[in-house]
Design a protein around this ligand. Structure first.
Ligand code: GAR
Length: 198
């Protein structure tokens, strides 16, 4: 079976990345991890990926100052070198330029900890609690020009309980993220594979 070469971009802990790596241990899974890359040299997830035998890299965004595109061009060179066919952003905390988004359009997905289109950006769980929402959740979506925008592939919902804090809700949602992301990535791969020329 055809498996798409997967690069996972992280900035920190990498627990969603780990969930994707675990799913991809199944040879029937439609993505094969070829690279885990970070914008932070000290991202914990880089160690986890290396221990799992996956190639890792980092491009320190701080070296590029305000020139986001120069940072992305350096990252892009590494992604191309690895033969990347699909990118999964997994807690990658950099806003992307139109150049990078256009280049990977239709081949890049993201996980966001809210029920999009609600609560794009940061502090999603606190905003859901403050709004008195009955539910929180997470979304996996195709990446397009706007921040946390783009067509939703799949979502998971959790109840918001009395007394929930940002931390307790985040922990409950994270459990769902780890189940949702592998499923949504598989759906994204199937869509790409269905349109991919031989
Ligand atoms: C996850 O909760 C993910 O949804 C969120 O960062 C966390 C990363 O955790 N992403 C965003 O907020 C992106 N806008 P992880 O490094 O353990 O996967």
């Amino acid at each position: 079976m055809t498996r798409l070469k997967l690069a996972i971009l992280i900035s920190g802990r990498g627990s969603n990345m780990e969930a994707l790596l675990q799913a991809a241990e199944d040879p029937g899974y439609p993505a094969q991890p070829v690279l885990v890359a970070s914008n932070r040299p000290d991202a914990k997830g880089l160690e986890t990926a290396a221990s799992a035998g996956i190639a890792t890299a980092f491009v320190d965004h701080k070296l590029y100052g305000k020139d986001r595109e120069a940072f992305e061009r350096a990252l892009d060179a590494i992604l191309e070198e690895a033969g990347t066919e699909i990118i999964a952003l997994a807690g990658f905390m950099r806003v992307l330029t139109p150049w990078f988004v256009d280049k990977w359009a239709g081949r890049m997905i993201n996980i966001h900890p809210s029920l999009l289109p609600k609560y794009k950006g940061l502090h999603t769980h606190q905003r859901a609690i403050d709004a008195g929402d009955a539910e929180g959740g997470c979304s996996v979506h195709w990446v397009s020009a706007g921040v946390d925008d783009g067509e939703v592939i799949a979502q998971a919902r959790v109840p918001i309980q009395p007394g929930d804090t940002e931390e307790t809700l985040a922990a409950r949602v994270l459990v769902e993220e780890h189940k949702l992301y592998p499923q949504a990535l598989a759906m994204a791969c199937q869509r790409l594979l269905a349109t991919k020329p031989d």
